[in-house]
Each structure stands twice: as C-alpha cells, then as structure tokens.
Design a protein around this ligand. Structure first.
Ligand SMILES: Cc1cc2nc3c(=O)[nH]c(=O)nc-3n(C[C@H](O)[C@H](O)[C@H](O)COP(=O)(O)OP(=O)(O)OC[C@H]3O[C@@H](n4cnc5c(N)ncnc54)[C@H](O)[C@@H]3O)c2cc1C
Length: 472
C-alpha cells in the first residue's frame, strides 16, 4: 500500500491551491474526472473547448491572498484584465460594471436615479476594501486555540465595522436608498446571486458589500480557459487524474483511501468534494454523522454552452436580467461569458460561450428521464432565444454547437449536485463547516467550507487551512 503524507481529494480551486502550497511534501492530488478544476475546469466536446462554470477571476491584486498564493508558488498567471467587468442588460438599459467609480456612478444614476446612490455605492466599496485589509481572518473549531483565533477574528470585525457589522443588507438598502423600484432591486439581487449565491433578503450588509464590490476589483479573463490556470497551479504536484476515491477508512493514526485502482495510506487527508456529499465516502459512523449534520444547500447551476462563428466584437461578460424567473430556474437572470477572439484554444472554431443561471438540484433529481430531457430543452431554448433576441446580428445558423448541463450533469462529472455554498451570516456562522474537523488529520476545503465560493473566497479558506496544516 503506497504511503502518502498529504492526500487531497478533488482538484477544484480549493484542492489545487492547497496541493500546490504543499507540493514540497509527499503530496498526492486525486481527481475523479479527466479534466481538472471541478466547477473551474475547461472541457472539450465536439472538438471545441468550453469553461464548465467559472469564467471570471478576481483577487489577483497586491495585498490579496490569491496573489500571495500565486507568488508563493511562483506562478505568473496567463490572464488579461477585462475593461468592462460585466455589461448588465436589463429592460433595454445598459449598466457597465466597471472599476472606475465615477463612471459607474454616472451610469447607475442615468438608469436608476436616487439622491443617495453615491453614498450607497461608496459605502459598499469602502466596506469591501476594509474587509480585504483585515489581518486576522480565521474560522476554525474543535480546539480552544481555534475558537480563540475565531474569536479574535470576530473582535477584529467588530472593531473595524462597529455596529454596522450587525446590519442586514435589506435594512441598509431601505435605510439609504429608500423604497427602490423592483427593477433596481432586481439589479442588485441578480448580481448578488452570481457573486454570493443569494439575494439581499437573507444576508448581512458585509456579505452584500463583498458581493456587489466584485467588479470594483480587477476582473480577469483567463487565457486558454479556466482549466489551463488550474493546470499551471498544480504543475509541481503529483496528480492522479481519472482516479475517484470511493472509500475512506479511519485508521489509528492514518486514513486508508481506496479508488477502483489502488489503496493508499495517508497521514493527512483533505476533502475538496462538496461537504454535503463527503459522508458517503465513509463507513465510520462518527465521521458520517459529522458530515450528515450539514443541511444541503440546494442551489445549483443550469449552464448552456455554445460555439459561435461571428466577426463581431463582444464584451467578455454580460448579465441579462428579466422581471420573471427563467423556466425551471430560481433566477430571473443569466450570465454570459464569451471567449476572447485571440484565445487560440477556446476560440479556435469560433467564440466559446458559457451561459449560466441558478436552479435547484432537487428539481432535476425529481424528474423521470423523458421529463428531464423535456425540461432541459425548455430552459436551454428559452435562454438561447433570449440571447438571440439581444444580439440581433447573430443568426441561429452561426451557432455550430449548443448543449447544456444541469445539476445532474455536474454530479456525473464532478460529484456535486449543489454549486455554491451557503452565504455567511451572523445567524449561521457557527453552523458552517470549518476547514478542520473533529477528526485528527481530516480537513475540508472548497466553496462549501469557510469562506465561500469563487476564487477570492476559496483562497481565503485555503489560507486558513494552510496555516492549520502547517500550524503557523
Ligand atoms: C456555473 C458556475 C459559474 C461560476 N462562475 C464563477 C466565476 O466566474 N468566477 C468565480 O470565481 N467563481 C465562479 N463560480 C464558482 C466557482 O466555480 C466555485 O466556487 C469553485 O470552482 C469551487 O471550487 P471547489 O474548490 O469547491 O471545488 P469543486 O469545483 O467542487 O471541485 C471539486 C473537485 O473534486 C473532484 N472530486 C469530487 N469527489 C471526488 C472523489 N471522490 N475522488 C476524486 N475527485 C473527486 C471533482 O471531480 C472536482 O473536480 C461559478 C460556479 C458555477 C457552478
């Protein structure tokens, strides 16, 4: 049986980053799929490449933890800054989410005039900036030392934000902007749904500030697809692709992990699979019970993939917001990402386009095969028609490939039904999973664990885990 110091199960953003930071140990990274990166992978179909889910990268900035990780592993990522982070299209209005605050403010004032817009958006931007300057970000459980460090982080939050830390997003909107129109509310909520997976109804002011400020940072396009970046991250790591870990046994001072190919003995084990599906890997009652107590967060993705032949120039990212929910979805918006024309991999047969929106896993799981196919066609066609309706110059026949994925597809390829964890709030903070577990040598990483989804959130979680692993 091969002996390993550190095994990481799953090559998502979390698994890949933590593996790369510990590549100097006897570390092995296992990935069930042939592509690495999970929700941030790039796959090939019908001779074309597509980003499976994630298309934007944020956090590659000085003083930000993601850049620090990349610098530590000596990675100079092949990325290009987007001039317009997101072009938002709503009822024929256009709002460009750009980094330049004054330009953005002029734009929002044109579309949604409000005497307090400047105060609101400036406050949101500064609230976010303060977060990224915090020095004690930490969330851990199961030992006095971990609780103490978590408490110190709480105290830093309180001393930084004072009473504002207790404010809700909804309350803050009402306090500053008053009773805004349904369209303005939809504009705010649709962006929160893509950045932090929920709307302003359920979250704290801090979560809203982090979500809405995403485009006030540099937003990058990843050349060659998101999966290429993951490949660059793990280039010095022993990687076992196409090797799904199917069973884990708790030993005395180690963990025995098995795939259909081999069995390994590992001192430390990090699971990058969704926290809601980790329990199924274990027979041990205590470990199973630990994982089963996290209630499933039923938020998932419906994604449409296209290949488009066109001479037109497009922004890299658009968000389309409507007044009503899309069919079979829990969102009234979808997010469209175009590959860059000069991307020799993604755009080799035309633009590679990834369009995503939110749905529930429960819905797709509940359908019989024929109902599933029918529902999938309805959602795919609706999104495609809306896409064609806006881009009038694109004709149906310019699109050479069109197919889609549901939560069931995500589960088939990357072993997760839900896409995105729960947004952190004061009410649910202590119920959230931390990177450490009550079991010696067993850890978790990824977007279902603190501090949440996407590159910046997962990088923060990786930082906490790395300190935990190496007891810094
Ligand atoms: C449609 C969509 C669009 C998004 N857009 C963006 C975006 O633009 N920007 C952004 O920053 N974020 C975006 N996100 C969020 C981001 O993609 C995710 O938060 C992030 O990729 C999740 O990373 P993770 O570390 O949790 O791992 P995951 O992506 O969940 O990957 C886990 C990996 O573990 C593997 N695995 C699971 N079980 C096993 C096993 N038993 N054995 C071996 N391997 C296993 C899986 O195959 C997978 O590769 C998007 C997400 C979706 C779904």
């Amino acid at each position: 049986m091969k002996k390993i110091d550190l095994s990481i199960i799953g090559s998502g953003i979390g698994g890949s980053l933590i593996a790369s930071l510990n590549a100097d140990k006897k570390t092995v990274l296992f990935e069930k799929d042939q592509n690495i990166g999970g929700c941030a992978s790039t796959f090939k179909r019908y001779g074309n490449y597509y980003n499976a889910g994630a298309t934007t990268l944020v956090g590659y900035e000085d003083e930000h933890i993601l850049k620090e990780h990349f610098d530590t592993i000596g990675l100079n990522p092949n990325i290009t800054k987007s001039n317009i982070a997101i072009r938002v299209i709503q009822n024929k209005n256009v709002i460009d989410r750009i980094k330049d605050f004054d330009q953005f403010l002029d734009n929002i004032n044109d579309v949604y005039p409000n005497k307090n817009n400047k105060y609101f958006w400036k406050f949101i931007k500064e609230f976010d900036e303060k977060f990224w300057n915090l020095k004690k970000i930490y969330f851990g459980k199961f030992s006095i030392n971990n609780y103490l460090k978590t408490f110190n982080f709480f105290m830093e939050l309180i001393s930084t934000y004072k009473m504002d830390i207790l404010k809700s997003a909804d309350g803050f909107i009402k306090e500053i902007l008053g009773d805004i129109s349904m369209e303005y509310r939809n504009f705010i909520d649709a962006q929160l749904l893509i950045t932090i997976q929920t709307t302003s109804k359920d979250i704290s002011l801090l979560s809203m500030a982090l979500g809405l400020s995403y485009p006030f940072h540099d937003v990058f396009y990843v050349n060659g697809g998101m999966g290429s970046l993951i490949e660059d991250i793990v280039k010095n790591v022993e990687l076992k692709k196409n090797e799904e870990i199917t069973k884990i046994i708790r030993g005395q001072n180690e963990w025995i992990i098995s795939s259909r190919k081999h069995e390994y003995k590992t001192k430390k084990l990090i699971l990058n699979s969704s926290i809601y599906q980790c329990g199924s890997l274990f027979d041990d009652y205590e470990v199973k019970k630990y994982y089963d107590r996290f209630t499933f967060s039923d938020q998932s993705a419906f994604v449409v993939y296209l290949t488009l032949k066109s001479d037109y120039d497009f922004c890299e990212h658009y968000q389309f917001i409507y007044n009503d929910l899309l069919p079979n979805c829990i969102s009234n918006s979808f997010f469209v990402s175009f590959s860059k024309k000069d991307d020799t991999k993604l755009s080799r047969n035309g633009y590679s386009i990834t369009i995503s929106t939110h749905t529930t896993a429960k819905y797709w799981k509940s359908l019989q095969k024929d109902e599933y196919v029918k529902s999938k066609n309805i959602t795919e066609s609706f999104i495609f028609e809306k896409f064609l309706e806006y881009f009038e110059d694109i004709k149906k026949e310019d699109v050479s490939q069109l197919f889609s994925a549901t939560s069931t597809t995500f589960n088939k390829f990357i072993g997760r039904y839900n896409c995105g964890g729960k947004a952190i709030g004061f009410k649910n903070f202590m119920q959230l999973p931390s990177c450490n577990t009550p079991f010696n040598g067993l850890y978790n990483v990824g977007d279902t664990v603190f501090a949440g989804q996407g590159w910046p959130g997962i990088a923060l979680g990786v930082d906490v885990l790395n300190k935990e692993l190496n007891k810094v």
